[in-house]
Design a binder for this molecule. Structure first.
Ligand code: 13P
Length: 246
């Protein structure tokens, strides 16, 4: 089984002053039994990465442009993010798919950009509530995986995050059986496409993970950690999730 990963996605929250949460988290979890990642807003990556040096915490980014450089006002390439200190880049989060119309092809290109720059791509997939109600969750996730995960994905360069859109920020979580069903299907799809390496590729669950439910979710078959939004903002909450992954 791969070592678990507890990843925090701060989304559009936090300022440079929130660096105190990084210090507090490293104090609360000096020697965690899982890998720990925080993805703050772009502007905080460099200072957080500096503060996290020598701790067990890695710092990542929430998105990147597919190109390495060029005339793309306001965008940031994976190379720029790695230069700032990011080791991981989240691509294809449902909020970007919804707010910015990102397609599977866009996400695929961004994942390749992360690899090109030497970062790990965290590729997000997940069904909407209407898709789940229609009985299409497995089909939707499988199709997103086919389109969003580039050839060449390995356990070293890629993490997949299953985030049901209806569970994000709502306090609603699928049953443990439903999480297991999707994660088992994801593992089978990866094995069919990537062979032996797929067994080591980390599959995160995301959507209303809290200190109170993390241990149960992380014990589900083929769940190798979590991608956490709201409960990653405060070190006191996130430390509980990190400890649940140990
Ligand atoms: P919440 O943990 O706030 O539900 O967010 C999950 C998420 O979208 C992480 O990427």
């Amino acid at each position: 089984m791969p070592r678990k990963l507890a990843a925090g996605n701060w989304k559009m929250n936090g300022t440079l002053g929130s660096i105190s949460e990084i210090t507090a988290l490293s104090k609360a979890c000096p020697d965690p039994a899982c890998d720990v990642l925080i993805c703050p807003p772009f502007t905080a990556i460099a200072s957080f990465a500096h503060a996290a040096k020598g701790t067990a915490i890695s710092i990542g980014a929430q998105d990147c442009h597919a190109n390495a450089s060029g005339a793309h006002t306001g965008d940031l390439s994976a190379e720029i993010l790695v230069d700032a200190g990011a080791t991981h880049i989240i691509v294809g989060h449902s909020e970007r798919r919804a707010d910015h119309g990102e397609s599977d092809a866009d996400v695929n290109a961004k994942a390749q950009a992360a690899w090109r720059a030497g970062a790990v791509a965290i590729i997000c997939v997940g069904e909407t509530e209407a898709e789940r109600d229609a009985g299409d969750a497995l089909k939707v996730v499988s199709n997103q995986m086919t389109g969003s995960i580039p050839d060449g994905a390995t356990a070293a360069n890629t993490v997949i995050a299953y985030e049901p859109v209806w569970a994000i920020g709502t306090g609603r979580v699928p049953s443990l059986e439903d999480i297991a069903e999707v994660h088992d299907e994801m593992r089978a799809r990866l094995a069919a496409r990537f062979g032996d390496d797929a067994s080591e590729m980390r599959l995160l669950y995301g959507g209303s993970v809290k200190p109170s439910n993390a241990a149960d979710i992380f014990a589900v078959s083929n769940v190798d950690g979590g991608l956490v939004g709201g409960a990653s903002l405060k070190a006191s909450d996130f430390a509980g999730i990190v400890n649940a992954a140990g």
